[in-house]
Design a protein around this ligand. Structure first.
Ligand SMILES: N[C@@H](CCC(=O)N[C@@H](CS)C(=O)NCC(=O)O)C(=O)O
Length: 309
């Protein structure tokens, strides 16, 4: 590929616009975002209508080329910008055909004829605009569940992704579902955060200081740290949506704490610092840099205040 592509993606905040944003990130593409939303009037301006007469988001501009329809944008990005390291489209003709089948199935059966019909006609979604129709919503829901069997059967052999072990853009359009009780949800994301709570004492067996005049002092030394106790907390979050109300994102949080480790660990660091103030006798402010010998974060700075007697 030659020069970096000039990509601009119009539209944010809806399940259709998430598709091309996600594909851009999977492909590691730099791009500009025009954060316009549906039903805000922003899709109806003269500037936007010239680019997209359908007055819908998303829309991709690639230089002087424009393409709409979320699935077509994802397919275009996959075809144009996949690399051997980051590929979202299969090469072999039959696998490519299976990929196409999934893409059309998701857009036509899962999205247009069921999920979006439910959204359009639910009283608590777009019903007030397009007409509230509970019976249509119920029937579209039933149809969606029936259609989902195709996904369930495909994933029943334990494969990781729809297309087997390869992550392709077919998965950008549908994700594996999960069930809680009798209800089914789509998982839209996961995150994990680890925090370590540590009580330790530190001793400085070696410390050399040199004062440059009355106001500045520099120091070199070594610090030894012994952990009294250490406990690791992991918080895992799953983000999921109710298939009947795709924009309502819910979270489930699970927190696990490790057993407390007593006197289990030690660390040491050479350090250098600088002090300013009355460095011979009186108040000083210091900045110390420590290079820890072990651990994930080995560079540490701290600011301190002291009084020289
Ligand atoms: N089939 C199209 C549907 C796009 C679509 O309907 N977008 C809606 C928002 S989800 C929209 O832009 N509506 C225009 C408006 O309400 O202003 C796609 O997948 O891109």
């Amino acid at each position: 590929m030659g020069a970096a592509p000039d990509l601009t993606l119009w539209g944010v905040g809806t399940s259709r616009t998430i598709r091309p944003h996600w594909a851009m990130h999977e492909l590691g593409l730099p791009y500009k975002t025009k954060p316009i939303g549906p039903r805000t009037g922003e899709t109806k301006t003269a500037e936007y209508t010239k680019l997209n007469p359908r007055q819908k988001v998303p829309l991709l501009q690639d230089g002087d080329f424009c393409i709409g329809e979320s699935a077509a944008i994802v397919a275009y990005l996959s075809r144009m910008y996949s690399t051997p390291e980051r590929s979202l489209i299969p090469e072999a003709p039959r696998e490519y055909a299976a990929w196409l089948e999934w893409c059309f199935f998701v857009v036509a059966e899962l999205d247009s004829t069921s999920l979006y019909v439910m959204r359009r006609h639910r009283a608590d979604a777009l019903g007030p605009i397009y007409g509230v129709a509970p019976e249509v919503v119920a029937k579209a829901g039933e149809y969606f569940r029936e259609q989902l069997r195709h996904v369930e059967v495909a994933l029943a052999d334990g494969r990781q992704f729809l297309m087997g072990d390869e992550f392709t853009s077919a998965v950008v359009k549908v994700q594996q579902d999960t069930a809680i009780g009798n209800l089914k949800f789509l998982i839209t994301g996961r995150s994990s955060k680890t925090t370590t709570q540590r009580n330790s004492f530190e001793i400085t067996p070696l410390h050399y200081r040199y004062n440059i005049g009355n106001w500045i002092g520099v120091g070199l030394g070594a610090m030894v740290q012994v952990n009294i106790s250490e406990q690791v907390t992991t918080e895992k979050k799953i983000y999921f949506i109710d298939q009947l109300l795709p924009l309502n994102i819910m979270t489930s949080v699970s927190t696990t704490k490790s057993a407390t480790r007593w006197l289990g660990n030690w660390n040491a660091a050479p350090f250098a610092d600088i002090q300013v103030g009355r460095v011979k006798t009186g108040p000083v402010l210091g900045l110390r840099y420590l290079r820890l010998l072990k651990g994930d974060i080995t560079n540490r700075f701290f600011l301190y205040a002291g009084f020289k007697l």
